[in-house]
Write a protein of this length. Structure first.
Length: 308
C-alpha cells in the first residue's frame, strides 16, 4: 500500500494493525472465515469424550483401559466411517461409501481446561444408586453436555460378560421413518453410548467382537441408523433401499438368503455380524446419518462444539 507524505508513524501503525485484524480467519483467497461444512458438503468432525469407568485397577489393567487402547479404538472408528484404503474398514462395493464423518477426542473440558478426551473415574470411590445397566446409571459418574460431546462410557463389567454384553446407544428423535425403533432418551435421560470395556478397541479375546466394531455399530444407532432388519418387515426393514431386505437378525460371518431371494449384506456394520467381516455403510445409510446431523438440534450442535 502506498502512503502519502502526510501520514505520521502512529497512523501507519494503526493501519498495519487493522490490516492484521482483517487478515485473520480468512482463507488464502481472502474470501472470509473457513465455513463449517454442512453435512454432505465435506468431512464433518464430531467430538467424543471417553469416560473410562473402572474399579480402582491400575492404568492399563482391566477396565482401566490404556491410552493406547482408546486411541486405537478411535482410529478404528474413523477407518470404518471413512472407508479408509488398507484398513479393515475399506470396501469396494458399488453401494458402499465414505461417510465423511470423523471423530475427534475432545480437546476441551466443559470448564474450558485442556484434555486428551479421556476421563477416568474410579467407581470404587463413588457412591451412586444402582440404576441398572443403562446410560442413566453411568451418567451419574460423568456426563458432559451432550450438545458439545458424544459421551461414551466404557463399562466395568466382569469378564464373564464377554460376548454377551457388547454395547448400547441412544438414538436421535427425528422425522425419519423408523425412528421409533431407536432407543430415544426421555427428557431426564442421558444421551450417549455404552461399550463393555472388554469390547473396546482391538484385542485377542476369544470372541467374534474383538476388532472394535461394537463402537462402529453403536455410533450408527447414535446417528440414526437402524439394524438392517429394522422391525422385521421385508417391506420396510431399515428404510435404506440399498441394504438388501431382511426380516430377521443377521449374525455370523456367512451370508444367507433374505427377503425375495436376495443375499443379505453380511458385512454391514448395522448387523450383528462378526467384526472380521464388517466393512460397509451404504450410501443410503450415509445419507440418513447426514440428515440427522443436519436436522437434529443436538447432533447438529456437535459440529460447532468448543470441544473441537
Amino acid at each position: 500500500m502506498k502512503l502519502g507524505k502526510s501520514v505520521n508513524f502512529t497512523t501507519i501503525l494503526l493501519l498495519m494493525f487493522n490490516m492484521l485484524l482483517t487478515s485473520c480467519g480468512k482463507n488464502d483467497d481472502g474470501s472470509g472465515p473457513s465455513p463449517i461444512p454442512e453435512p454432505g458438503d465435506g468431512v464433518v468432525y464430531l467430538p467424543v469424550v471417553v469416560h473410562v469407568v473402572h474399579n480402582g485397577e491400575g492404568l492399563g489393567e482391566g477396565p482401566n483401559l490404556s491410552e493406547q487402547q482408546i486411541l486405537r479404538q478411535i482410529e478404528i472408528l474413523n477407518e470404518d466411517y471413512r472407508r479408509k484404503l488398507g484398513t479393515r474398514g475399506f470396501n469396494d462395493h458399488p453401494d458402499g461409501g465414505d461417510a465423511q464423518i470423523e471423530f475427534v477426542l475432545a480437546k476441551k473440558t466443559p470448564d474450558g481446561e485442556q484434555t486428551n478426551g479421556i476421563n477416568r473415574i474410579d467407581a470404587s470411590q463413588e457412591n451412586v444408586p444402582d440404576l441398572g445397566y443403562n446410560q442413566n446409571h453411568y451418567a451419574q459418574y460423568a456426563y458432559w453436555n451432550p450438545e458439545a460431546y458424544i459421551n461414551i462410557w466404557t463399562t466395568p463389567l466382569p469378564e464373564s460378560s464377554m460376548c454377551l454384553a457388547l454395547g448400547n446407544a441412544t438414538g436421535p428423535k427425528t422425522d425419519l421413518p423408523g425412528t421409533e425403533h431407536l432407543s430415544i432418551p426421555g427428557p431426564n435421560d442421558a444421551d450417549g453410548i455404552m461399550i463393555n470395556w472388554i469390547h473396546f478397541g482391538e484385542s485377542n479375546i476369544d470372541c467374534h467382537a474383538r476388532f472394535g466394531r461394537t463402537l462402529t455399530h453403536e455410533m450408527g444407532h447414535f446417528l440414526g441408523l437402524l439394524h438392517t432388519w429394522g422391525s422385521g418387515d421385508c417391506e420396510t426393514n431399515d428404510y435404506c433401499d440399498d441394504t438388501p431386505p431382511v426380516d430377521e437378525h443377521v449374525y455370523g460371518n456367512v451370508p444367507f438368503v433374505g427377503c425375495a431371494g436376495e443375499e443379505v449384506m453380511i458385512g454391514n456394520y448395522m448387523n450383528y455380524s462378526h467384526d472380521e467381516v464388517m466393512n460397509i455403510f451404504t450410501n443410503d445409510q450415509i445419507q440418513r446419518m447426514h440428515y440427522v446431523l443436519k436436522h437434529h438440534p443436538g447432533r447438529n450442535a456437535l459440529l460447532t462444539s468448543p470441544a473441537l
